[in-house]
Design a protein around this ligand. Sequence first.
Ligand code: THU
Length: 128
Amino acid sequence: MTDKELIDTAIRYRENSYSPYSKFKVGAAVLTKSGKVYGGCNIENASYPVTNCAERTAIFKAVSEGEKDIEAIAIVADTPGPCAPCGACRQAIAEFKIPRTIMANLKGDTRVVSLQELLPFAFSDEDM
Ligand code: THU
């Protein structure tokens, strides 16, 4: 699976975004080392903090299927530049040591960063 295919999957899942409050649709897709793909979208709630971001939806879908070894995650929104993951999602990306994060937007802009670039000085199991 190419980065472009993973981004296209995230774009498809973005259409399922449940975002009646922000109206900001986000899609994500993860590629596992075994070659499986799990997509996700943001799911909002009238109690705003209960909202789940697209990235964490996709990661939690993979992990709940027993697929913890993830090699890449793509994130897409209709943003001016490639859509960056929020801090909480960076922490979830760090938890599963996802080595490549692919940020994208609907115009075709992309940026690929390593885990170290995405979240330097991350808190992890090694700190406990
Ligand atoms: N959102 C994501 O899905 N991922 C991010 O990394 C940033 C924010 C969602 C949460 C909320 O539904 C909407 O975007 C606006 O913050």
